[in-house]
Design a binder for this molecule. Structure first.
Ligand SMILES: Cc1cc2nc3c(=O)[nH]c(=O)nc-3n(C[C@H](O)[C@H](O)[C@H](O)COP(=O)(O)OP(=O)(O)OC[C@H]3O[C@@H](n4cnc5c(N)ncnc54)[C@H](O)[C@@H]3O)c2cc1C
Length: 384
């Protein structure tokens, strides 16, 4: 079997190393436009549920990843300058994106995967691959070239959200992850930060559409916006600067495909459906796509049958996660209005229940203090 994988991000690398481990005779080529060791962003979070799947799929790689992670079991949510601490049901691990990719790259190379860095694949290259390989995998992110070869076949739809965000790093190592919602003038901002190594934290700053358009934030350049965020979140940054890595303010691209495969092309990870950063699961979803596709290909030597099985099993499971992502971004699109309307406890309750995956009962078990206050409010409101 010959498989060409476009994109050496988490999903493409993970697929290649899983397949080579279980089918050492297969020819697997990964094409990545960036040089080894270069990437966007800083640290990413991998939820414990995702780690569990990784351990089952490939214990040695899981162990290497866990050794490079920094774990946190709580997060602070700050609204109207009142911090409320929320315990996570299970600790979440954060890892430098470069370390994540380097661990996966090293594991793939050790197993005999061919990785071609600095090779940007074009539509002609995809057509050539289709003539030579049994399967072409689009693991090439939201701007996937494999998808662009057949958007009608995949059933592609695209749209942009109204909020804007930028992904920074900082040398301030925060004691725990936090979300800080803070108004400035008529604008509404939120910073989401989490430590991911002994010397660095990720710092994602976001504003709503009103702040961008009417509040004048969109009229500034990226350097001015960075300076504004450093000033607004100075109490948290405590003198540390924000570090940019091409950190421009962009709207989130909502990318969907009705089908995971079209002919002998298949999309995994963000190339198939983009997950909003606020559920902290894009990497996990991308890696789980790779696990499902690898399982299907190992189980069936017939590529068409394997793709059909992958679509049937992974499709509904992924749809649930993408549904949670959608409910999360809809909440964020309106966060300025919620900041104005809700007090800190109501705000945190609204935030915690935004995806519909946590109900009152689970929240009461996880966070009794919050539910005690919410319960008292509800009783008072119901009393005539
Ligand atoms: C601000 C922000 C914060 C985030 N935080 C988290 C988080 O905390 N936790 C989490 O799990 N996820 C997070 N994500 C999401 C996560 O980064 C993605 O969901 C994940 O990287 C998807 O993996 P992937 O392999 O599908 O695609 P990508 O990581 O996008 O990898 C695609 C690869 O393909 C390469 N490529 C693209 N086109 C070509 C081409 N034509 N030829 C060759 N190579 C090509 C790219 O260079 C890239 O290396 C965040 C995203 C953002 C924007």
């Amino acid at each position: 079997m010959n498989i060409d994988i476009v994109g050496g991000g988490p999903s493409g690398l993970y697929l290649s190393l899983l397949l080579r481990r279980r089918r050492p005779g297969w020819r697997l080529r990964v094409f990545e436009q960036n040089p080894r060791g270069a990437t966007f962003g800083f640290g990413v979070v991998l939820a414990d549920s995702g780690l569990h799947r990784l351990r089952e799929a490939d214990a040695p790689t899981h162990d290497r990843l866990v050794a490079a992670m920094r774990f946190a079991d709580r997060q602070r949510i700050v609204h109207r300058e009142s911090p409320i601490e929320v315990l996570a049901p299970r600790p979440a691990g954060a890892i430098t994106r470069i370390d994540l990719l380097e661990i996966l790259t090293a594991a793939a190379l050790e197993r005999g995967v061919e990785i071609h860095h600095r090779q940007r694949i074009t539509q002609d290259d995809v057509e050539r691959s289709l003539r030579e390989a049994d399967l072409v995998v689009g693991a090439d992110g939201v701007h996937s070239i494999v998808r662009q070869c057949d958007e009608a076949g995949f059933g592609t739809t695209k749209s942009s959200l109204g909020n804007r965000f930028a992904w920074y790093g900082t040398t301030k190592v925060f004691p725990s992850p936090a979300l800080v919602f803070r108004p400035q003038g008529t604008g509404s901002f939120v910073a989401h930060y989490y430590p991911y190594s002994d010397g660095m934290s990720t710092f994602v700053a976001e504003c709503d559409a009103r702040t961008w358009e009417e509040g004048g934030f969109g009229a500034l350049d990226d350097a001015e916006r960075q300076a504004r965020m450093e000033a607004l979140f100075a109490p948290e940054l405590e003198g540390h600067a924000l570090i940019s890595n091409n950190s421009s303010w962009k709207p989130f691209q909502v990318l969907r495909n009705a089908r995971m495969h079209a002919g002998r092309k298949v999309l995994i990870g963000d190339a198939h459906a983009s997950a909003h950063p606020t559920i902290g699961s894009g990497t996990r979803i991308a890696i789980e796509d790779a696990i499902s596709l690898a399982d299907a290909l190992i189980a069936s030597p017939d590529v068409d049958e394997a793709l059909a099985v992958h679509e049937r099993t992974r499709g509904p499971e992924k749809a649930k996660l993408i549904g949670a992502s959608e409910r999360s971004y809809l909440w964020y699109e309106d966060f300025g209005r919620r900041m104005a309307a809700l007090d800190p406890h109501e705000f945190v309750y609204s935030y915690m229940t935004r995806t519909g995956r946590i109900d009152d009962e689970r929240l009461a078990a996880q966070f009794p203090e919050l539910m005690k206050v919410i319960g008292e409010r509800r009783r008072a409101a119901a009393t005539p």
